[in-house]
Design a protein around this ligand. Structure first.
Ligand SMILES: [Zn+2]
Length: 189
């Protein structure tokens, strides 16, 4: 089965590559929709591809720039300030919470993906940080209770502390039977 997939892939022609498949542009001089690319190069910052094209009808040359559509997705903080959603920032927070915990990095990446998808799904292209934080906490809770408690203690603000303490007490109640909860009960360094 695997070899069949590999074979099928090797049968794909090399031109199945976005870079060698530049889309057709209308000539700005005569409107003809057929051109050839005479030169392609990345911009200095590598955020766009510059293509020099030649119209196949009038033979005039023109330049197009191809860019990745970078739409910012925002998170809205409690005080109303908006901030660009930053995958790395979320991942860093998770890594800190999971320090010396047996949580594979792939799980953390998955949580970041889910948080990102949650924001992208929003028709307003933004979500409250409290909603995103809650989603992350819920996911993290499944994987590791210690990491969850650490994350929550950093993330939650004072008005949520009471609720959090209630939850923590529930965790502590089960400490005899649950080594994870027992570890969670230890003070953080
Ligand atoms: Zn033309």
């Amino acid at each position: 089965m695997l070899s069949a997939v590999l074979n099928a892939e090797s049968l794909l022609p090399n031109c199945y590559n976005a870079f060698s498949f530049p889309s057709i542009m209308k000539c700005p001089f005569c409107g003809h929709a057929n051109d050839k690319v005479v030169d392609s190069r990345e911009s200095k910052e590598a955020d766009s591809i510059r293509r020099r094209r030649e119209c196949l009808k009038c033979e005039k040359r023109f330049t197009t720039y191809e860019r990745i559509d970078e739409i910012p997705y925002m998170v809205v903080k409690k005080d109303g300030r908006r901030e660009k959603f930053d995958r790395q920032k979320v991942l860093n927070g998770l890594l800190r919470a999971c320090e010396k915990r047996p949580v594979p990095i792939s799980k953390l990446e998955q949580i970041v993906n889910e948080a990102e998808a949650f924001i992208i799904e929003s028709p307003e292209r933004e979500r409250k940080t409290s909603e995103v934080g809650e989603l992350i906490m819920n996911r993290l809770r499944r994987y590791d209770k210690v990491a969850y408690v650490r994350f929550a203690s950093v993330y939650l603000d004072f008005k949520d502390v009471q609720e959090f303490m209630t939850e923590l007490k529930d965790l502590l109640k089960t400490k005899e039977s649950d080594p994870q909860a027992k570890a969670a009960a230890k003070p953080l360094q």
